[in-house]
Design a protein around this ligand. Structure first.
Ligand code: GLC
Length: 417
């Protein structure tokens, strides 16, 4: 498809997946509102319909919990057969939500939408500022350990089946998990999705949360899984910087946010694997997980430059046709089509590319943007792509891939936040 047509086609994907006050990631496979998908959708909408972008973000924050947590899924409408649905989560909320969170890209996207038209955006950013602050405060009090962000379920990271979680997942007891039917396998080939063993463990973690009444202290002390995710730490650090910039333009105090930035910046050092790269850590064992991938390459996006990470990035550029693979192709578990164990995801590419450009690594930033463009041109607005040959995988007509095209990858887009 010619480039100009792709701009219009991306807009159409966002319109088709628009359910009025929120967008679904894609019809059928993901029929609800997802947290970080929505933030990216807002960024995409901001290129052609700024009021609709604000609606997306405001709907997301309307589902915020009293403790400040913003859930990873909001079940606005019943979708028969979706698994795990509201009953499994048992959070007792209206509209129903899941009981876990997702990567906090929202502050960054609020800032991006604000910048698209500051005059129009001011009252919206002003209204969203306090909810954003409360969400970040929830992370800092409930989840930050040694300056790193702890996750209680792999789904919180948005990188569901990444190799990062394998060792910690292996220790999760699944004896209480009864038979269930997965709907995802009706839509997507099994070899492109997580395995049954992984799914059983995901459910065991959900059951623990539900039985604890989604009590953070109980989950922290006795929960089956607690890993410090390098991706979440970098994303929260960046989001705090953007929240601080918003505080400045809105005339709000910045001291508390400055304290968070300092803490997370120090925490990034605790993600440094002595083997020479940023890595996640199992907080139960203290072990590094040994998985270099696209999450670690968010260091620049978080404002941290690092020569060894750049050298790894350059090595990987030479190993794949399309950057940025979700896992190092030299890792034994690398699989170019299995979800977060190898494929390229346009949303993470945008964040990595923006970070590289801001850090002054222009040639690498251009490579990431060109590759993302080529993948979408070649295969359409798919959920993810093979880094080896660009094969499209997962769901099609995907909101966030279209949003990234419109906001960042298209030659018409500005390429920054
Ligand atoms: C999958 C992805 C997650 C995303 C969701 C909806 O679970 O791993 O990152 O938010 O789908 O697109």
């Amino acid at each position: 498809m010619p480039l100009e047509e792709l701009d219009r086609a991306a807009e159409q994907v966002l319109r088709d997946n628009d359910r009025g006050r929120y967008t679904v990631p894609t019809d059928i496979l993901y029929p609800f509102q997802w947290n970080w998908d929505s933030a990216f959708a807002a960024w995409g909408f901001s290129r052609f319909d700024i009021p609709r972008a604000w609606v997306e973000l405001e709907t997301l924050f309307a589902a915020q919990w009293e403790n400040g947590m913003v859930p990873h899924m909001i079940f606005h409408e019943a979708a028969l057969g979706y698994f795990p649905g509201p009953d499994v989560w048992g959070t007792g909320r209206e509209p129903p939500t899941s009981g876990i969170t997702q990567p906090p890209v929202a502050a960054t996207m609020v800032r991006a939408v604000y910048q698209a038209d500051p005059g129009q955006g001011h009252p919206h950013a002003d209204r969203l500022f306090e909810p954003l602050l409360r969400w970040h405060r929830w992370f800092m009090t409930e989840r930050v350990e040694d300056g790193m962000v702890a996750i209680t379920h792999p789904w919180e990271t948005g990188r569901d089946n990444a190799v990062d979680w394998d060792a910690a997942m292996a220790a999760v007891d699944t004896t209480g998990v009864a038979e269930y039917k997965r709907r995802d396998l009706e839509q997507v080939a099994a070899e492109q999705r997580p395995t049954k063993a992984e799914y059983d463990r995901y459910l065991a973690m959900v059951y623990f949360g539900r039985e604890s009444g989604w009590d953070e202290a109980a989950i922290r002390e006795r929960g089956p899984f607690r890993v410090a995710d390098v991706g979440m730490t970098f994303i929260l650090l960046r989001a705090c910087r953007d929240l601080r910039a918003l505080a400045d333009v809105l005339g709000r105090p910045t001291e508390e946010i400055d304290g968070w930035i300092a803490k997370l910046q120090a925490g990034a050092g605790n993600h440094w694997n002595p083997d020479g790269y940023y890595d996640s850590r199992d907080l139960r064992s203290g072990d590094f997980v040994g998985a270099l991938g696209n999450a670690g390459f968010l260091c620049w996006y978080a404002g941290i430059d690092n020569d060894r990470m750049r050298a790894h990035f350059e090595r990987i550029c030479g190993r794949v046709r399309y950057t940025v693979p979700s896992l190092d192709p030299d890792h034994p578990e690398f699989d170019p089509l299995r979800y977060w164990r190898g494929p390229v995801w346009a949303v993470v590419n945008a964040l990595v590319g923006i970070g590289l450009a801001e850090a002054g690594h222009g040639a690498l930033a251009d490579r990431v943007r060109r590759d993302t463009r080529a993948l979408i041109e070649g295969a359409g607005f798919h959920e993810y792509f093979s880094p080896t040959d660009g094969t499209a995988a997962g769901g099609g007509h995907f909101t966030w891939t279209a949003a990234i095209w419109r906001a960042w990858a298209s030659p018409q887009a500005e390429g920054g936040i």
